[in-house]
Ligand binder design. Structure first.
Ligand code: LLP
Length: 426
């Protein structure tokens, strides 16, 4: 994160506070949120995208403090479950600034969303159209909806986080005709206020060519609808998925460049189809919170395994960062509490779980004198680490501490063994 630097003693400092102090005050492992960096990324997206709407994707990381920051900075919020909606509302996000997503929204979730006056509901299935139509009729309201279209684009990313190829669970397929039928049904009923089409092609994407193809296909559908019904839907959501740098091999595009590219892509298509340019929206999660956080661990044991490599075990693991195990994700690690003149050795940073796949950083060069008690920082863990955290092996989940201008505050407290036992009512 941008406020992180080494102080004169070589100690990593963030938000004006040395990590040695943060570790002493809050324990390890701990997620440290550089609040100034997080806010700067929010502003960067808002300013770059100009009159487009920027929804922060709450699944990346959500808590009440984050919702308040988003509200202050003027972002909108994408939630994908009743739980995320509850956090948003508890922190005072106005309903109209929230969009509800999900491939299996229950009647209860839809009812709650309608009651909260949620700004957009992104429809994902025929059953959901029926459910929402029934709720809207009963209450005499006309919720604003978008249709999630699966455009058949293969994004260059891990299979589990690509979402626009045909054979997966999200959205209405364009190729198979489900998207057209969904639009037919919604327009025929006229109980739902259809605002536009939605496309999300996947996550951790660097190139804009997949967005270009997605926009082209979705706007092609928009033109068909115009020809058939003489209506032009006023909005278009191109989803999130903008990649971040986990290692030096990754080269993300700045938000301004992305915004320019997406605007240009949409304009070219609209011109060629003779469409008015719809109001654009995007839903970045990872690109806003990912780089703004890092995890601080303490080294427990160091083991040289037959001269092949050194296993450095830390006090967390796959329960606070499953991404390496699940997506073969790459991270880096750095000695945080001191600098060392020792020669680098090939190390693997692993956790304390009972699995050999419990790896946080597969290959990293760490100083040869890395030892128990050392602090290790793993950057880029803001997105999909705390939010995907588990209690595997009954390890309590780490806290999130926001640091800014020399002050630190706990925004999600550390789970305790008592918290875990409290659920165990047998
Ligand atoms: N909009 C929709 C409809 C989404 O499904 C997602 C992510 C986003 C926006 C935000 O994508 P982002 O900008 O954060 O890439 N757990 C995986 C990522 C799953 C993404 C799910 N949907 C990971 O750790 O890589």
């Amino acid at each position: 994160p941008r406020t992180a630097h080494r102080d004169a003693d070589g100690v990593l400092t963030v938000g004006g506070i040395p990590v040695t102090e943060l570790a002493a005050d809050f324990g390890t492992p701990v997620f440290l949120l550089d609040e100034a960096d997080f806010r700067a990324r929010c502003r960067d997206f808002l300013e770059s995208f100009g009159d487009a709407d920027v929804y922060y994707a709450g699944k990346a990381f959500l808590c009440k403090a984050v919702v308040r920051i988003l509200k202050e900075e003027g972002l909108l919020l994408d939630v994908c479950s009743g739980g995320e909606l509850a956090v948003a509302l508890a922190a005072g996000m106005p309903g109209e600034r929230i969009a509800l997503h999900g491939n299996n929204k229950s009647t209860a979730e839809l009812t709650r969303a309608v009651n909260a006056g949620v700004g957009r509901i992104v429809l994902d299935s025929f059953q959901e159209i029926d459910r929402l139509t029934a709720i809207a009729r009963e209450r005499g309201v006309r919720p604003a909806v978008m249709i999630r279209v699966t455009v058949g684009v293969e994004a260059h990313t891990h299979e589990y986080i690509a979402t626009a190829h045909e054979d997966q669970k999200f959205g209405f397929s364009l190729g198979g005709g489900a998207a057209r039928e969904a639009i037919d049904r919604i327009l025929a009923e006229d109980v739902l206020d259809l605002r536009g089409l939605h496309s999300h092609i996947g996550s951790q994407i660097f190139e804009t060519d997949a967005f270009e193809l997605a926009a082209h296909r979705v706007l092609g559908l928009q033109a068909e609808i115009r020809d058939r019904y003489h209506v032009e839907m006023p909005e278009l959501d191109l989803g999130g998925g903008f990649g971040i740098a986990y290692t030096t091999q990754d080269h993300p595009r700045p938000a301004a460049e992305l915004a320019d590219a997406l605007r240009r892509i949409v304009k070219v298509d609209c011109d060629s189809y003779g469409l008015a340019v719809p109001r654009l929206s995007v839903e970045p999660g990872r690109a806003i919170v990912g780089p703004a956080m890092f995890t601080l661990y303490q080294v427990g044991t160091v083991k040289d395994v037959d001269g092949i490599r050194t296993y450095v075990s830390v006090d967390g693991g796959m329960s606070d960062n499953i991404r390496t195990a699940l997506y073969d994700a790459s991270y880096s690690a750095t000695l945080a509490g001191r600098i060392s003149p020792a020669a680098p050795i090939l190390a693997r940073v692993v956790g304390k779980h009972c699995e050999s796949g419990d790896i946080i950083v597969k290959d990293e060069f760490l100083p040869a004198d890395v030892q128990p008690g050392d602090l290790l920082a793993v950057p880029g863990t803001g997105a999909y680490c705390r939010s995907l955290a588990s209690n595997y092996n009954h390890i309590p989940r780490p806290p999130v501490v926001a640091v800014c201008d020399g002050e630190a505050r706990v925004i999600v407290r550390r789970e305790t063994e008592d918290d875990l036992l409290a659920l165990d009512v047998g």
